[in-house]
Design a protein around this ligand. Structure first.
Ligand code: ADP
Length: 324
């Protein structure tokens, strides 16, 4: 069975077998080394015993036998040490490869679980809302509320499917990347206005320098910016302020997204850009997600010859900086 389907206990078993085999191989190597040395000594002794004491070249022959024995000893030590090192290096490689494989498998499994949940929830909510609208004659305000909730869920679905489809297309080289002149400022303004409408109970603030342009793919840039705002919403408390800034730096336009959430520890700042990577583990995590959002952000910035990095926001939260 491929390793990706092994549960944790099986990994523990595989690890135990690995250590046992490694220990056995090293012990066997040591055993053969000791045995060979003993045999070598014994052979030298037999040869010495066969010598006749009054042979005129007796001393010369003794010397030859002991030198030969010493040479063989050195050879055994050299070969033993080389084998030992080869085994150790191989063992380290195998260990790391299996661990990595397991980690990726675990992340993929989490991704599948998350995606099932993420796809089913908005569909279920939208279906329920539409059925309610169909069956009951509701007053106008309630109708509007249900419609806006349904829209929010379909937006969630849209973001999710975009993330999944685009990341697999970018990965497989199937995405037709366009390079058109984009009015980044207008796109940012429009997107922030939409977020404010979609999340009326959240605090947004944005500062957009007008007229900043880049050459790029409109859909990808939209995904890039909205993934960062989506994350800021997801990983910060309701009362927290979410800031978006599009400013002009000497190098080019620069996007800065800050939130007042839990922030991202230093040791995770690079890892969060990996595919399927999510901080913490599935049991303790409060928010659902796929671990694709930031991976996609990184990929999109790279494709636009831009850079993305994370800093700590003061007094709390995180700050994502994209430099075009
Ligand atoms: P997802 O949000 O679907 O889990 P992402 O790739 O967007 O995937 O993010 C990867 C991880 O980085 C998240 O699981 C979360 O732990 C962390 N993260 C992303 N954005 C933020 C943020 N603004 N504040 C705190 N943590 C964040």
């Amino acid at each position: 069975m491929p390793l990706r389907f092994l549960p944790k206990q099986k990994l523990a078993l595989a690890t135990a077998i690995y250590w046992f085999l490694l220990f056995y191989i090293i012990a066997a190597l040591f055993f053969w080394f000791v045995k060979l040395r003993q045999q070598n000594e014994q052979m030298a002794n037999y040869k010495l015993m066969e010598l006749v004491a009054d042979d005129p070249s007796y001393l010369q022959k003794v010397d030859k036998i002991t030198t030969e024995a010493a040479r063989k000893n050195t050879q055994f030590i050299g070969e033993g040490v080389t084998f030992f090192l080869v085994i150790l290096i191989g063992a380290v490689f195998v260990y790391r490869a299996v661990r990595r494989q397991f980690r990726v498998a675990q992340q993929q499994q989490n991704f599948m679980m998350a995606i099932t949940h993420e796809l089913k929830t908005p569909i279920a909510v939208a279906k329920l809302n539409l059925e309610t609208l169909q069956k009951h004659k509701l007053e106008e305000s309630k109708q509007q509320k249900l419609i806006s909730m349904t829209l929010q869920e379909t937006n969630r679905l849209n973001t999710l499917t975009n993330n999944i489809l685009i990341s697999s297309q970018l990965e497989g080289g199937g995405y037709k990347f366009t390079r058109e002149e984009l009015d980044l400022s207008a796109m940012a303004d429009k997107m922030m206005a939409e977020f404010r409408q979609r999340f009326p109970d959240r605090r947004f603030e944005w500062e957009v320098v007008p007229g900043l342009e880049i050459k790029g793919d409109a859909l990808l840039i939209q995904i890039l910016m909205s993934n960062l705002i989506d994350n800021a919403i997801k990983y910060s408390p309701k009362a927290g302020l979410i800031r978006f800034a599009l400013v002009s730096k000497p190098a080019g336009p620069c996007i800065i997204v800050t939130d007042e959430g839990e922030g991202i520890p230093d040791e995770e700042k690079d890892k969060v850009f990996k595919r399927f990577y999510r901080i913490g583990n599935e049991e303790v995590r409060k928010t659902k997600g796929t671990g694709l959002g930031l991976y996609l952000c990184k990929k999109i910035t790279e494709d636009h010859s831009a850079s993305i990095h994370i800093e700590d926001n003061t007094p709390r939260g995180s700050k994502f900086i994209i430099q075009f």
